[in-house]
Design a protein around this ligand. Structure first.
Ligand SMILES: Nc1ncnc2c1ncn2[C@@H]1O[C@H](COP(=O)(O)OP(=O)(O)OP(=O)(O)O)[C@@H](O)[C@H]1O
Ligand SMILES: [Mg+2]
Length: 713
């Protein structure tokens, strides 16, 4: 739809009019339909329109885009917008075009003829484009910089807006090295005003951004980071019978809402999504482990409200502009207050009442500490200290007192508690939260003594007992910090959002090459004695795994009263032995993944499923130890099935529970071991499985229980 040019002609009459409130409000109403400016929008616009640099700190969803979109309409010429994600650029350009505003973006993903057309327009004496979105990489090219200089020399470069400016800072949560190259802008285009926009409130990031972009006497605008429409709440996993069930109930109690659930690991996303779907909640998993087509479908379904709940890693992040997200839930503790704020801030962009729920667990905390300490060790001492950032979010969860205040204080903003107006659990249910914290202390110390804690201690020097799915991926050569930030996923997500046409083949092939190399490396390094020793499943590890299973079993049996026939000690040994039998050859990564899956299964298994799987232990408790004869005749069927190419997971046991009463002593069973797949076999199976599920995904994504696979990528 083309808008009449009337309001623009009005404001172009004189410079005074250009920066005048009345004229700017007119543009806002005319083009965007908003009644008035919000927060500091007007100040930012007036500053840049009158030629001053500006640093604009506004919360997520605060309306930063308007701060450079209105200047593009207020003055002739072009506003150059630097954006970190193609998806972000594309979304904004589409939205602007729908409003009749001439906007374009330039990226390597566009067809050449489209790019050529934009360049022709820029080279013409009177370009029609008002907002040009580009990547930081393009700015760094000589050719494009030359073009900008030409535009500038013709008086056509109005403003340079750096969106998501925190990406320039290594202190920021989304550091992009390519943003560093933007520092050359000031040298080349000295007198073009620069507007830096971010929702990252940390003072060190702010300073870094201002210094890196060489902003001159910038107008620094900071809006309050308070999001009054979000209710903040923490739930304590250690005090819940089952966090999955709790989340399910919570979502159901809210009706058919649109929600995001953030998880640390891809497997949790898959698991949780299956669990929610089986409980009748329309949900889908989203993470970097899915191929780009599937991610695109999941995202489209969620954006169009076909799916209500998206269960994602932090790959699902920047640039997601869905206004009616009513709940953001962190199923695992995030790595910093900054991340938490950004992610929870995706709720309630329409300013309507929304919720942030964080499920806090002591195990999760220890796991994250472990990962962060590892990444701290890898980084140089001068870089950021993730552990100290992490402490803030731990205090948010473990401390009493207003949650909102804790968030705002961590950003250096003072916030009197009475202003919270009972919009966090700690202010609304003071006694209840205090009671939970007390109980948490007792439970945590009891559990610590019983050594059930997942990662024994973050300061522990030994490797034993510190294995998580993250640890597995580390072992396979991946970078744990990448896993937390899923930093590559940003670009992947961008490609995915920008359209299925974008290099999907390339991604897969590249991935395959990398995986094959990883496989070669794996076997090569396996030749080394040291590495081999590292991969051996030690007795200590087996003991700690048994304990972990025992603790979970004891908890489950207490919950499901009436299962006295199952002796937890025997049962935990049986389950551990199952894992050992299957994966002793493959090494501790495989073995431990299986233990983790089994523990997870125990947490969700029904009475019948438990009885079916542990039937041999039940019998064992009542029967005499069998003779060697009977051992051979009772080989379990599920192992034979697995040789037919099934993926070896705890879930495959769950889906096909044996009805046979196995009268076997687990430690003496002559059961045939399933073949251990090579790395590429494993990956190929995954690939085949995915493409099959992709074929069926449109009609039956929900109905299918995706087979759980071990984390190797
Ligand atoms: N003055 C205004 N009045 C009403 N709505 C507004 C106003 N300014 C912006 N909005 C709306 O607020 C929403 C968020 O705007 P925008 O995407 O610019 O936020 P942002 O600050 O860039 O957030 P993020 O940090 O997530 O990128 C949009 O839907 C936009 O239309
Ligand atoms: Mg924005």
């Amino acid at each position: 739809m083309e808008k009449s040019p009337l309001p623009m002609q009005n404001v172009h009459r004189s410079d005074k009019n250009v920066a005048g409130k009345e004229a700017l409000v007119k543009l806002l109403r005319w083009h965007f339909g908003h009644a008035d400016f919000r927060g500091k929008q007007l100040e930012a616009i007036q500053a840049v329109v009158s030629g001053r640099d500006c640093f604009c700190l506004m919360p997520t969803g605060g309306g930063k885009s308007i701060c450079y979109q209105i200047p593009a309409l207020a003055k002739p010429g072009i506003v150059l917008v630097v954006s970190p994600l193609i998806a972000l650029m594309e979304n904004q350009v589409i939205a602007l075009k729908e409003k009749g505003i001439a906007a374009e973006y330039l990226s390597s993903t566009q067809p050449t003829h489209v790019k050529n057309k934009i360049h022709e327009d820029l080279d013409s004496g009177k370009p029609s484009v008002r907002l040009l979105y580009v990547t930081p990489e393009l700015i760094a090219t000589k050719g494009f910089m030359l073009k900008l200089r030409k535009l500038h020399s013709r008086g056509l470069l109005n403003l340079i807006a750096i969106d998501e400016a925190h990406c320039i800072s290594s202190w920021g949560h989304d550091f992009r090295p390519s943003y560093r190259q933007l520092s050359t802008l000031r040298d080349s285009l000295a007198d073009v005003p620069v507007l830096a926009l971010t929702a990252t409130a940390a003072p060190k990031v702010q300073k870094d951004v201002i210094d890196s972009l060489s902003l001159r006497n910038p107008l620094v605008l900071k809006s309050s980071f308070n999001r009054p429409n979000i209710f903040y709440e923490v739930r304590y996993k250690d005090l819940l019978d089952n966090a999955y069930t709790d989340l399910c109930k919570l979502l159901k109690s809210c009706g058919n809402i649109c929600a995001i659930i953030y998880c640390l690991e891809r497997t949790t996303c898959d698991d949780l999504s299956v669990h929610l779907s089986s409980s009748g909640i329309s949900s889908a998993a989203y993470h970097a482990g899915l191929n780009s087509n599937l991610r695109s479908t999941v995202l489209d379904d969620w954006l169009s409200s076909k799916k209500q709940v998206i269960v994602a890693t932090v790959a699902f992040g920047m640039g997601i502009d869905k206004k009616d997200v009513r709940m953001v839930c962190h199923f695992n503790i995030p790595k910093s207050m900054e991340s938490f704020y950004q992610e929870s801030g995706r709720a309630g962009r329409d300013q309507l009442p929304s919720r942030s729920v964080l499920y806090y667990g002591v195990d999760d905390r220890k796991k994250m500490e472990f990962i962060l300490r590892n990444s701290e060790k890898k980084n140089s001492p001068s870089s950021k200290t993730p552990i100290s950032d992490f402490q803030q979010i731990v205090t948010y969860c473990e401390g009493s007192g207003c949650r909102r205040r804790k968030i705002l204080e961590s950003f250096g903003e003072e916030f009197p508690v009475q202003k919270c107006k009972k919009t966090c659990d700690a202010c609304k249910h003071l006694n209840q939260v205090a009671h939970c914290l007390e109980e948490l202390m007792t439970t945590a110390s009891r559990r610590h003594n019983s050594s059930r804690i997942f990662i024994a201690s973050s300061n522990d020097k030994t490797n034993e007992g510190q294995y998580s799915e993250f640890w597995n991926r580390n072992e396979d050569g991946s970078n744990s910090d990448d896993e937390i930030s899923d930093s590559d996923d940003g670009a992947e997500a961008a490609k995915c959002l920008a359209g299925p046409k974008l290099s999907k083949k390339l991604g897969l092939e590249e991935k395959m090459v990398l995986l094959e190399r990883a496989e070669e490396k794996y076997y090569e390094s396996n030749k080394q004695v040291k590495k081999f020793e590292k991969n051996v499943i030690s007795e200590t590890l087996r003991e700690s795994s048994k304990k972990r299973l025992l603790d979970e079993l004891a908890r489950v049996l207490e919950l499901l009263a009436g299962l006295e026939e199952i002796d937890p000690q025997n049962a935990s040994e049986f389950l551990e032995n199952e894992c050992y039998r299957k994966y002793s050859k493959a090494g501790k990564s495989f073995y431990y993944s299986q233990i983790v899956s089994t523990v997870r299964w125990l947490g969700t298994a029904s009475r019948d499923e438990l009885m079916a799987r542990l039937s041999s232990v039940v019998t064992l408790a009542r029967e005499e130890e069998p003779s060697g004869e009977s051992l051979r005749s009772t080989e379990p069927a599920e192992n034979i099935e697995e040789e037919d190419g099934k993926i070896y997971t705890a879930e495959s046991w769950v889906e096909k529970p044996t009805q046979q009463k196995l009268v076997v002593s687990p430690s003496r069973s002559p059961i045939r071991l399933p073949p251990i797949p090579s790395f590429s076999e494993f990956v190929n199976r995954r690939k085949m499985k995915r493409s099959t599920s992709l074929d069926n995904s449109s009609e039956s994504f929900d109905d299918k229980k995706p087979a759980k696979i071990m984390k190797l990528q």
